[in-house]
Ligand binder design. Structure first.
Ligand code: ADP
Length: 740
């Protein structure tokens, strides 16, 4: 067994004993000293040689090492954390010889490895909860500390009020959420609450509860829209234009019906060039989930472009023909990713995930087997209906397994799973970077800066396929990954019941509980300067968690979520170019609540950035605006609002950058134009006035505008009025699309 496996087992053991432990931990009376946390590195070894008077006395025979816990980087750098503690924080402590018991990251007392942290030395006083790269250990402070603290005029921390969670809209995640809240000893409001809650858990979208003006909501506005198949494909494609090598983890895709011609032409050319090539494509309806409506084709003529009289919005994508197989079966990975914040961007990845297996042995696609869904599609919701589906209580067998059990198995075969894991982390960060620009536009529209509103976080479900050569490929991202912890089972012929699924529970409760722990309003947010940035190219597989280990009662295991951003800022920050374009875009939107740019605002952008000249007059600017906006209004399925959306603006920006900086590569052109625009002062008062009032287009352009009388209504509105863009964007109605 490797460390990872041992770790999962230890964690399971701990979960089993949780009820008992929680009961014990719950029996805290008012007299009990309030736990105080100080930063302690996860490895005791890094503490013990500390010269400044900190010693660790292991009460248990095990000494400094904790079984099953990879020591990671701390092993190689014994002095680093010790220095942080002694040189920075702890040297400031005046504990005057008092002994405090530290419950380390693995809550060692429960495992029989109690340690005592003797902190000697002089200096000032221990100040509540401190952070050191997020590593915490709980210290039950002795009476002496409290006395000393009072004498020195410091506030003694009180036992905290439980965090309040509104679960009234949690839908299918309710069961796992309830367990999580119970484990944290937080307070659930299943019917909502008149007063504000600190956390709102929504089952579908940001708008499940309206009028939330404080606290934190577990959904971002616009996430559902952004992660629909077409939008995700577009966002990734924009990044592919700028960074083709970095974004080669997403299969080539075409958007239907708009790109049908390009698709069929390209396929025809490929086949003409090499008659032996016969690629397969997978067609996915936009906004579909659970494998619904998906089919494979080998000939563009087989596309079903119309349903009834309506053109079907879909993505057609290159089919990955050689996936990695286990037990001859195709499988995919479901990875849970937390976006903790957009500004600054904070991304966490769950160390444990799920793998979903097909139920029919895989064969490369042929005309004969194209319709075999149990062979080609890994969706649980489809395969559960196959007679071959295996429900298993074990994490490493059956049709749904833990990711760690699969990685363990691959490692046993000699696969470099560190490499695989590091590629997966890179894929996740790059994908998030691709969708953040548009999310920011939605965010400012729904929660304008300066107005009361909640902050947001969200758990996403990444579906990833490993190719035979171990390269991870992004299939899709679910904005509402199923958090069900039970599965449907046929208990008697034709009779289905929901029965508990230990594999789901193990993974999903951990993800929800630890998301809540990270969002705990009492948990001080690490600032950027506190976050350690990794150097070197390869991302370590099992970097130490930078967040606190056990909770303040010592009752919970270490976090199963690992921060990857801003931790790896250095490796990925250069990719955030479109986000800078989005920031500019928002700057010129002018009125809070807007998501689209009117022609006047676009002109203001051009003027402010000094992009027009005798070769590129303001009339040409207007024509450019109309041309791009017209194309995008047809291309966006949900184009109820008129004007230039972010994706259209990005296209215009690319064009302008190409005009202005002809000689360099696209990426360099974009960087140069961004630098030019960012250096300009924000639109002045006069410009702002022009942004918010209607103005007729200049005569030169009116002729162009007149041609639009046959164009779609939204565009006509856009061209003729400088828009009613200034109304606040109404929340869209959301189709309930919870992926199960
Ligand atoms: P849905 O949201 O309907 O589940 P997905 O994009 O996840 O749609 O696709 C469903 C399944 O189809 C995936 O779980 C995977 O097994 C398979 N699949 C999707 N895209 C590809 C692809 N490009 N190559 C190979 N298999 C794919």
């Amino acid at each position: 067994m490797n460390d990872r496996h041992v770790k999962v087992e230890v964690q399971l053991e701990r979960m089993k004993s949780f009820g008992e432990d929680a009961a014990k931990a719950g029996a805290v009376d008012a007299e009990e000293p309030v736990p105080v946390s100080v930063p302690v590195p996860s490895s005791a070894a890094s503490l013990s040689p500390d010269p400044s008077g900190i010693t660790i006395a292991a009460a248990a025979a095990a000494g400094a090492d904790t079984p099953g816990k990879p020591r990671g980087k701390h092993r190689g750098k014994p002095g680093k954390d010790a220095k942080n503690i002694c040189g920075k924080h702890i040297s400031d402590l005046a504990l005057h010889g008092s002994a405090v018991s530290a419950h380390g990251e693995r809550h060692l007392n429960r495992l029989g490895y109690e340690r005592t942290l003797h902190i000697k030395g002089t200096g000032k006083i221990l100040q509540g909860k401190l952070e050191n790269n997020g590593n915490y250990a709980t210290i039950h402070a002795s009476k002496n500390i409290h006395e000393t603290r009072r004498e020195d005029g410091f506030k003694v921390p009180r036992k905290r009020r439980p965090v309040t969670v509104d679960t009234s809209k949690a839908k299918t995640s309710l069961e796992a959420l309830k367990i999580s809240i119970r484990q944290l000893k937080w307070k659930e409001f299943p019917l909502g609450r008149r007063a504000a809650c600190e956390i709102y858990w929504h089952g579908v979208s940001f708008h499940d509860n309206e009028n939330i003006v404080s606290g934190q909501v577990n959904k971002f506005p616009g996430m559902i829209e952004m992660l629909r198949k077409i939008n995700l494909s577009r966002a990734v494609r924009t990044m592919q234009e700028l960074f083709p090598e970095e974004y080669d983890f997403y299969p080539r895709s075409w958007i239907l019906p708009q790109e049908y011609q390009q698709f069929s032409t390209q396929i025809r050319m490929v086949k003409e060039n090499d008659a032996t090539v016969n690629p397969t494509f997978i067609v996915k309806p936009d906004g579909g989930s659970q494998g619904d409506g998906i089919y494979l084709i080998r000939d563009p003529a087989d596309l079903k472009l119309v349903v009834g009289s309506q053109a079907k919005q879909a993505v057609v994508q290159e089919y990955i023909q050689k996936p990695l197989l286990i037990d001859k079966l195709k499988f995919d990975i479901r990875l849970y990713v937390l976006i903790k914040s957009l500004e600054p961007l904070e991304i966490y990845i769950a160390k444990e995930g799920l793998t979903r297996f097909c139920t029919e042995p895989y064969q490369e696609p042929s005309q004969k087997n194209l319709s075999h869904v149990f062979m080609h599609l890994t969706n649980y919701s489809l395969n559960v209906h196959s007679g071959n589906f295996v429900h298993s209580d074990s994490q490493s067998t059956g049709s749904k397994r833990t990711l760690s059990s699969v990685l363990y198995r691959l490692a046993a075969k000699g696969v470099d799973i560190k490499r695989v894991w590091s590629d997966i982390i890179a894929l996740v960060i790059k994908t998030v970077i691709a969708v953040v620009p548009e999310l920011k536009v939605y965010y400012q529209a729904d929660i304008p800066p300066g107005k009361p509103g909640p902050t947001c976080f969200q758990i996403l479900g990444f579906d990833i396929l490993l190719m035979k050569n171990l390269k991870p490929v992004l299939l899709e991202v679910n904005s509402n990954p199923s958090m069900r912890i039970e599965h449907e089972q046929e208990v008697a012929p034709g009779v289905f019941e929901y029965v508990p699924s230990p594999v789901d529970e193990e993974v999903k409760v951990g993800v929800i509980r630890d998301t809540l722990r990270l969002m705990d309003p009492g948990h001080k947010k690490p600032t950027i300067s506190q976050v350690r940035v990794e150097h070197g190219d390869e991302i370590p597989m099992e970097a130490e968690s930078q967040e606190r280990g056990p909770d303040e009662t010592g009752a919970l295991p270490s976090l199963c979520l690992k921060q990857v951003y801003p931790k790896y800022t250095k490796q990925f920050n250069y990719l955030r170019l479109v986000e800078r374009i989005a920031v500019l875009f928002v700057r010129f939107l002018g009125v809070k609540g807007n998501m689209r740019l009117g022609p006047t605002a676009f002109r203001t952008f051009i003027r402010t950035c000094k992009l027009s000249n005798s070769n590129f007059t303001m009339a040409s600017v207007d024509i450019l605006y109309i041309d791009i906006t017209r194309r995008w209004s047809g291309a966006t399925p949900d184009s109820r609002e008129a004007g230039m959306g972010l994706q259209a603006f990005v296209e215009a920006f690319f064009y302008l950058a190409g005009r202005r900086f002809k000689s360099s590569s696209l990426r360099e052109q974009i960087v140069s134009l961004l630098e030019l625009c960012e250096a300009q002062p924000p639109p002045g008062a006069e410009d702002r006035r022009s942004l918010s009032c209607s103005r007729a287009l200049p005569r030169a352009v009116r002729a162009q505008t007149l041609c639009l009388t046959n164009s779609p209504a939204p565009l006509r509105r856009a061209a003729s009025q400088d828009y009613g863009l200034h109304q606040r964007v109404k929340p869209r109605s959301h189709r309930v699309n919870v992926e199960n």
